[in-house]
Design a protein around this ligand. Structure first.
Ligand code: BG6
Length: 512
């Protein structure tokens, strides 16, 4: 069942505050993200009463669509991705939608947009507040910001009155210099408080729960350091290949830009950061930046030693024969883009010095599973006996980000009737059982937060650049030829064999 279905058990987001009236402008309104994620998220927010009555959504794209045509297309998206019960609420939702067509580099298009928004202020009572969502290819970010700025569509954040905010989708740059350049373009038009760089992982309930688990309890945090933790494994596995015609985009990104620079680094930050002084956006983000600053400064040789990349070849996924990466649509036949990456790193700070963090992500792995496993140290002496073949007696805390959202803690218990033989048992927390409702979709949480003006779950300039700094060293090593080329792995397997050598010390990657 889709989580956006009209589920009577669905907890949804708390309705503590409803945002101020505003007009949302979707750049890239005819694209895949709008179709799959943004349209259903806005619909769900409206249906659950999170949007003010005075809120309109204006699509902006090159196609020559009318308001009615845009509504028709949005209805198709909702029928496909918003679950059951769309028809019942559609008559209330449709009047919020409007469209204006134009190319991103055409000054007249922004003037037309301005006129349209002025009309919408009158017809829908949106009071001049503007949320611009850039769901477009990254090469257009700068052009659109310039167009908005020149047309006077961005207000000064220093003046009282209506607000303007801009959401920028990933990828934010393709390396450190391009991210810095983009940040420069952003800052010409916007104040940092108006910028919302989105990473949808931060909208996931299970990801937010990492901080709740660590800092809303005392028992975990007191053990969360190099004295007690043996190692940490973060896995983001996907069984899909280049679904939905994503080959051409992915071929320019690879696993490192698509997953590591953003989602993976965010998970690492949340696991490794110090407690913030409070939960304000800047307090949380400042602690995350410190983790990124503690990442190793790798030479090309360090990268060759600590990073393994792979590319899938034909194999079988979920019982079906599937093509290799090079045969996927949109992928260059001679491409060396990695679809798998694994690495071993340590954080150079007081809390974590010497503790290995193992990270891996890939496409066409055997299953979809994202989790963080904290392996605690073994007891200092061995008083008890373990089942033959049992490797570690240390406890393990596994945070299951998705699917089967929850957490489990493994510990040892005496086998009944034995004198001193231990066996691993588990305490398990499952969202589905504990809260009896699926968590809200990440995009719902994030869109609502932008409308409420809360940037906590969005990434700040220094965060993005620090993550790129680390990733850039890897990219440099790859392009210098010091690191080996991607190693082929068959679709449906856990990636190249060579990645196992990174985790020798721990007895291998966790079996998921
Ligand atoms: C996106 C990546 O940001 O995240 C995709 O571009 C990836 O390649 C997706 O599949 C994974 O997100 P989720 O929420 O399905 O884990």
């Amino acid at each position: 069942m889709s989580t956006t279905e009209a589920n009577p058990l669905r907890q949804g987001l708390p309705r503590t505050r409803v945002p101020e009236p505003c007009a949302v402008v979707l750049f890239g309104a005819t694209g895949d993200l709008t179709h799959r994620k943004l349209a259903p998220a806005f619909f769900q927010l409206a249906r659950e009463g999170h949007l003010p009555a005075e809120c309109a959504i204006v699509g902006f794209a090159r196609r020559d669509w009318t308001d009615d045509k845009f509504r028709e297309e949005m209805k198709l998206s909702l029928d496909e991705f918003a679950g059951a019960g769309v028809d019942a609420f559609w008559p209330q939702f449709a009047p919020r939608l409007a469209f204006t067509s134009g190319t991103f580099d055409d000054a007249t298009a922004y003037e037309n947009l301005k006129t349209k928004l002025d009309e919408i202020d009158k017809s829908h009572g949106t009071r001049g507040n503007r949320l611009f969502y850039l769901a477009v290819a990254p090469e257009f970010f700068g052009t659109i910001l310039e167009g908005l700025g020149k047309a006077g569509l961005i207000y000064s954040p220093w003046q009282a009155g209506p607000w303007s905010r801009v959401v920028i989708e990933k990828p934010f740059g393709h390396d450190l210099p391009s991210a810095q350049k983009l940040n420069g373009e952003v800052s010409k038009v916007l104040d940092e408080r108006q910028v919302y760089r989105i990473d949808h992982y931060l909208g996931k309930e299970t990801v937010q729960n990492i901080l709740a688990l660590r800092f809303g309890n005392t028992i975990f945090e007191s053990l969360w350091d190099r004295e007690h933790v043996e190692s940490v494994q973060i896995t983001m596995a996907e069984d899909v290949g280049m679904a939905g015609g994503r080959g051409a985009y992915y071929d320019t990104a690879g696993a490192i830009r698509d997953m590591v620079q953003n989602h993976m680094m965010q998970l690492l930050c949340l696991v490794a950061m110090e407690p913030p002084v409070n939960l304000s956006a800047d307090a949380v983000r400042s602690e995350k930046v410190k983790v990124l600053q503690a990442l190793p400064r790798w030479s090309a040789e360090d990268v060759a030693k600590n990073v393994v990349r792979g590319q899938y070849i034909a194999g079988s996924s979920q019982g079906k024969e599937v093509a290799g990466y090079l045969q996927e649509k949109g992928v260059k036949p001679e491409s060396t883009t990695e679809t798998y990456i694994a690495m071993k790193l340590t954080l150079e700070n007081w809390r974590w010095a010497g503790v290995p963090f193992y990270l891996r992500t890939g496409k066409r792995l055997p299953k979809r599973a994202t989790e963080i496993a904290i392996q605690f140290k073994n007891p200092p002496t061995r008083l008890f006996e373990f089942d033959a073949g049992e490797a570690a007696a240390g406890n393990m805390l596994v945070l299951r980000i998705q699917p089967n959202e929850g957490a489990s803690l493994a510990f040892q218990a005496k086998v009944p009737a034995s004198r001193r033989r231990l066996q691993e048992v588990r305490m398990d927390f499952r969202y589905g059982t504990a809260f009896a409702s699926p968590p809200p979709e990440a995009y719902e949480r994030l869109l609502l937060d932008v409308m409420l003006g809360d940037p906590t779950l969005f990434t700040r300039t220094d965060e993005v650049e620090s993550a790129w700094q680390f990733v850039n060293a890897i990219l440099d090593s790859w392009s210098s030829g010091v690191s080996p080329a991607p190693i082929p792995y068959a679709a449906g397997t856990w990636g190249p064999e060579a990645a196992n050598s990174l985790v020798d010390r721990e007895g291998g990657w966790r079996r998921l």
